[in-house]
Design a protein around this ligand. Structure first.
Ligand code: SF4
Length: 301
C-alpha cells in the first residue's frame, strides 16, 4: 500500500498564533483563571492539552466568573467583547488577523449602507462573530440555490466568505449573484492557508482511493477538505487520530492519502502516518501532474 501525503496540511499561522497567545497568558499568570470563549481552535487534542494547564474552553460568557477571557481564533462580535469588559473580565484577543480583516470590511460596508451576503456555515463561531459586526445587514447563505430567496428590494450588495469555504463554491456563488446584482462587490476572504490545503487535497484525490483527513468533527476546514476530496471522486474519512485506523479497512487498497485540517497538530498527523506504515504502507511522492485551466479556476485567486 502506498501512502501519499498532502503537500499542505496541518496548523496554519492563525492557529499557531492563537494557541501561543493562550500559553503566553498562562505564563504571565500561572495561577489565575483563564478561559477561552469557544474552542480556541476546533481540535480536541489541543483543547485537552490546554485543560492540563487549567485553561478551560467555554461556550458562554456566563461560564467565566473572573480573570482573563481569550477570544478564540474564530473571533466574536463587538457586543460579546463589550459585555465581557463590563463584567470586569480582562479580554485577550486571539482572533486570526484574517478574520479580523473580515470584521473590518463588514463594518465598513454596513456604514456605507450596503447589504452583505456571507457564504458560510450558519452557527459556526466564525460566522456568528462576523454577523455580529452588523447583525441587521449581514445575511448568511451556504448554497447558490438560496440566491433566488434574497429580498427583492435589495440593490447595493456585497459578497464575502467565511475563511474556510471552498473557492470553487465561492466562484459559483459570484456567478449566480452577478446575474441578479450586476454591480455586486466581491471580497474573496477565503484564507490562503485554507486555499492551499484545498488545492493539495484536490491533487491527492486524483491519485488515492481513500484519503484520511485528520481533524475533529467540529472543524469546518477539515470537513470541507473531506467534501472536496469526495467531489473529486476519492473516498474521504475524517479521523480524530490514529486510533480510528483499522487494518482490516485498508485491505485491498493500493494507495491511500493523508491530509489534515488547519487546526490539527503535527503530532496527530505523524501518528496516523506511523500507523499506516505499521500496517505495511510505504510513503511515496505524489506523482507530478499537469494542471488544467479548470484546476486554476477552482483553487486560484
Ligand atoms: Fe486564520 Fe486561515 Fe488559519 Fe483560519 S485557517 S486561523 S483564517 S490562517
Amino acid at each position: 500500500m502506498e501512502i501519499l501525503l498532502a503537500r499542505e496540511m496541518g496548523f496554519c499561522f492563525g492557529v499557531e498564533r492563537a494557541i501561543s497567545l493562550v500559553y503566553q497568558a498562562r505564563e504571565e499568570d500561572p495561577e489565575g483563571e483563564i478561559c477561552v470563549l469557544h474552542e480556541i481552535v476546533h481540535n480536541k487534542h489541543v483543547i485537552r492539552e490546554l485543560e492540563q494547564k487549567s485553561i478551560r474552553c467555554v461556550e458562554a460568557l456566563d461560564e467565566i466568573p473572573s480573570g482573563r477571557m481569550v477570544v478564540s481564533a474564530h473571533g466574536v462580535s463587538p457586543e460579546v467583547v463589550r459585555t465581557a469588559r463590563a463584567r470586569g473580565l480582562h479580554v485577550l484577543d486571539a482572533t486570526c488577523p484574517l478574520v479580523t480583516r473580515i470584521h473590518r470590511i463588514v463594518r465598513q460596508l454596513a456604514e456605507q449602507g450596503k447589504h452583505v451576503i456571507l457564504l458560510g456555515d450558519e452557527g459556526h463561531s466564525e460566522v456568528t462573530g462576523i454577523v455580529g459586526q452588523a447583525p441587521d445587514q449581514v445575511l448568511v447563505i451556504h448554497s447558490p440555490d438560496q440566491v433566488d430567496t434574497l429580498p427583492a428590494e435589495w440593490e447595493d450588495v456585497a459578497l464575502l466568505s467565511q475563511t474556510t469555504q471552498d473557492r470553487a463554491q465561492f466562484a459559483t456563488m459570484v456567478d449566480r449573484l452577478k446575474t441578479r446584482f450586476p454591480q455586486l462587490q466581491v471580497f474573496d476572504t477565503i484564507c490562503d492557508a485554507t486555499a492551499r490545503r484545498q488545492r493539495a487535497i484536490r491533487e491527492l484525490a486524483r491519485c488515492c482511493q481513500v484519503i484520511f483527513v485528520v481533524g475533529s468533527t467540529s472543524s469546518a476546514n477539515a470537513n470541507r477538505l473531506c467534501d472536496i476530496a469526495r467531489d473529486c471522486g476519492a473516498d474521504a474519512r475524517l479521523i480524530e487520530n490514529a486510533d480510528a485506523l483499522r487494518e482490516e479497512e485498508l485491505q485491498g487498497l493500493a494507495t491511500v492519502g493523508v491530509s489534515a485540517g488547519a487546526s490539527t497538530p503535527e503530532v496527530l498527523i505523524s501518528h496516523v502516518v506511523d500507523r499506516l506504515i505499521g500496517f505495511g504502507g510505504v510513503v511515496r511522492e505524489i506523482p507530478i501532474q499537469i494542471e488544467t485551466s479548470e484546476d486554476e479556476h477552482g483553487t486560484g485567486h
